[in-house]
Ligand binder design. Structure first.
Ligand SMILES: Cc1ncc(COP(=O)(O)O)c(C=O)c1O
Length: 370
């Protein structure tokens, strides 16, 4: 089984529109101005670090961001605010989503009293749909996969003159995804007074879970821009059945995943990687890996049942993927090459992000009761 790929990146940041928007981001200031803003917590889990035999495990926990249980609110809200500066008369916002981004866009549209239309693919759970419509958005479930749902949202937006706020980019659609990525920078800036304070980060390795790759790319952009050659080692984690970035890297060009697209990691169950994210990821990460649903479920339980004085963390299916990636590397003989490549050993200080809480509470309860 090839679950791991090593990358030898050139660590170059290409100068383009996306990069210039990221450089000029004032997302932290913007988010701080919103009602309900709180910096998300950065936990240290000393007991779990001991069990895993690493020096330190840090978790940036997005499970209660703006009361929406996922980091996604950072991207959509910043994008909406930027769009409205230029086009205050937007009639409606539209997107395709497998859950969190749609909820985030609906919440953001509600903030500005704008209409919102959200298309969801066929496997989207009722609870995820309800969470989106609770913010006043019109939600339509299509009998399509994620990628085709995105195409539908694009066609409808063009036809109806709605503003498409998609968290993935393609040729001639890069500006709004760049605003979204720029919004994600907030949670990295939030660590400027802790682990991101010095000219070398206070950790060695970070595991980033990946759907279309926009979030991982904004993290990588941040680390490259902030630290250059002192950046941490970076590993991209995807579900076995939906690993578009892994497969694109193997092919040498962006392609859609060829797995079954059956995974509980709804937020990572995407199609072809985002155009602007792809170039940043391949130029700035050290490896790619795949994890299974079972592996992520164990990590959700580990977060939920802390050891001794470690903090309890509510982590959803996509949220726990970074931790699952770390644990798989530590336990799998096949990962030895990758571990050596990134220096993962008993001295490592590792950062993972819990990107969502129990965004599907029913499924979460089922998983943690076992
Ligand atoms: C909880 C969660 N984590 C990670 C991701 C991955 O983000 P991206 O699609 O930008 O790669 C998503 C995407 O929806 C998500 O919902």
């Amino acid at each position: 089984m090839d679950n791991y790929i090593l990358n030898y990146p050139n660590n170059k940041l290409i100068k383009n529109q996306t990069s210039s928007i990221l450089s000029n981001s004032d997302s932290l200031k913007f988010h701080q101005s919103l009602k309900g803003y709180n910096k998300s917590q950065l936990h240290e889990l000393p007991e779990l670090s001991k069990v895993l035999n690493i020096s330190n495990l840090l978790v940036k926990d997005e499970s209660s961001r703006f009361g929406l249980n996922a980091f996604k609110a950072l991207g959509a809200s910043y994008a909406v605010s930027q769009i409205l500066k230029k086009k205050p008369n937007v009639s409606a916002f539209c997107t395709a989503t497998d859950g969190n981004h749609g909820r985030a866009l609906a919440w953001s549209a509600e903030l500005y009293k704008k209409k919102c239309i959200v298309f969801v693919p066929k496997d989207t759970s009722d609870l995820r749909i309800e969470a989106i419509s609770n913010h006043g958005a019109k939600v339509e479930k299509l009998n399509l996969n994620y990628e085709d749902t995105c195409k539908h949202a694009l066609e409808m937006s063009l036809k109806m003159n709605w503003e498409l706020v998609q968290d993935a980019s393609w040729i001639n659609y890069e500006l709004i995804p760049a605003y979204i990525m720029s919004g994600y920078l907030t949670h990295l800036s939030e660590m400027e007074d802790t682990i991101n304070r010095l000219n070398k980060p206070n950790f060695d390795i970070v595991f980033l879970q990946c759907g279309v790759g926009s979030w991982a790319a904004s993290c990588i952009w941040y680390y490259l821009n902030r630290y250059g050659k002192n950046r941490p080692k970076i590993i991209i984690v995807e579900p076995v059945e939906s690993s578009g970035v892994f497969e694109s890297f193997k092919k040498g060009k962006r392609i859609s995943p060829d797995g079954s697209l059956k995974t509980i990691m709804a937020g990572l169950n995407c199609g072809i990687p985002s155009k602007s994210a792809w170039s940043i990821i391949k130029n700035g990460c050290d490896g790619f890996m795949k994890i299974t649903d079972n592996e992520v479920m164990s990590s959700m339980r580990l977060f939920h049942k802390p050891l001794k004085k470690d903090s309890k963390i509510i982590s959803g299916e996509s949220g726990a993927a970074g931790l699952a990636g770390l644990i798989k590397c530590l336990n799998d003989k096949e990962a030895e090459g990758l571990n050596k490549h990134i220096g993962l050993d008993e001295n490592s200080r590792v950062l993972v992000f819990n990107t969502e809480g129990d965004t599907d509470a029913r499924s979460f309860q089922e998983i943690i009761k076992n």
